[in-house]
Design a protein around this ligand. Sequence first.
Ligand code: SF4
Ligand code: SF4
Length: 499
Amino acid sequence: MNKDGIVVLNPDYHFKNDRDRIVMYSKRKVSFDSSAEWVSYIHPMQAMILGLFTVPKSLKLHCKAIEKHFRLTPEEVETLIMPYVNNPTPVYTEIGSEKVLFPKNVLIPYSEIDDNCLMRYDFTMEDLKCDTVCLSQDRMHKAPHTLLFMLTNKCVTQCKYCYADRKTAYIPLTTKQILQFIDNAHALKVLYVDVIGGEVFCRKDWDAILSRLVEYDMTPSYISTKVPVTRNIVEKLYQTGYNDVVQLSLDSLDESILKEMIGCKSGYVEKIRNGIEWLQSYGYLLEIDTVLTRLNATKKQLQELYSFLKGVKNLRYWEIRIPEVSIYTPEEFASIKADREQLNEICRFVKEEIIPDSRFRIYLSSEALEEKFHAGKADDEYFNGGTCGILNDRLFILPDGKVGVCEQLYWHPQFVIGDLKKQSLEEIWSSDKALELFHLHRNLFETGSPCTECKILDSCNQRHRRCFVKTVKAYGINKWNYPDPRCQFAPVFNSNLRY
Ligand code: SF4
Ligand code: SF4
């Protein structure tokens, strides 16, 4: 077929029905000059028009068909279509008071793609029909767009800085239940499922789960582990088809320090080194994560790690982090917590003496040192801090099928909003509990929280500034509806959040 003059919908872009609008989205990895990880809500009519371009035809023939089908003039069709042909940057149209955003290169020359790419269109015109239309920039209406799945809370180490709930007992989902759940998520066009532990490799069927995610192109962007991986694990990983990043935690090369920090056994460092060799030999990209405590936040420790990492091939980056207090094991955390002076000194050393010398990327995450609590004046309308995205487009799945809203809140009863053993993902996403928590209804704050007296409660909630994790760290598990510790009205904390 002569492809000259033929224009098609860029196969990197996908559509899914979100009840009363269409989600236009792309994956993390794109094949053409496309906008990666794109998400926008578009009008069903716009999706249908673009959907016509899944059939390779000349632009002229397409325009004629659109004129006829939608009873438009040639000029109207040109105004409608041309902004999306080879558009080098994202564009938008206005519908009523809403801006509808489109990614770059929506319609591209057929000559630029391989015929097999046409197989990637995964919707029918029927899928693009909606009875009503709502284009507001709010949460996903039908189902979450991504998932975070904690496969197990089992682990191979006993890290004193661990923030996970490792004490809750549960009956795990079976392999069959998990695979069925992934099938359902795939049918709902969930973009990807990040998998975490505990330790992912501590679930015996991790490879079957990962293989299913690879089959559906729903793989996590990285797999994080503290397990000293063996040849057998790396081979199994390779056989699943997973070919992305493995993130390894390595806090020190000194085993006596590691034994105190993470409770590892003798020979751990040697095994980690071997694991790195195996991962490199299979071509995996590596990320190394180092957590700073009073035991390893020294020039000697970091210099040793840096020298070792210089010899690691395929290293994407080294992240050095200052941990925040753990909700579940605050006493253990306190026993290894570094003080501000030590951390300031080590951060200066990393910034001035290691980073400028390095040929690989190093990220120093020192937000915990810079966090401002009780900030702001009494008449400010909101406090400084990020925006919380819970229930916006993501859900957290616990190993027993309970569904939470944020990884660090685990089985906290207030934040478990459903159970996959009894409900579907769609039911949980649209349940009263999910909606109440997303909209932060006033009645959530009626049990003695100082927020009930706050004049700006409604505007604070609409801005989604509140981080429940920080609140629980400051006041305890039961005081989850207390003010965010960064808020100017926050009472005195019950724990030591500060460095
Ligand atoms: S509760 Fe806090 S940690 Fe959890 S998603 Fe919201 S801002 Fe992030
Ligand atoms: S966290 Fe509570 S006290 Fe602080 S601004 Fe928001 S509603 Fe008011």
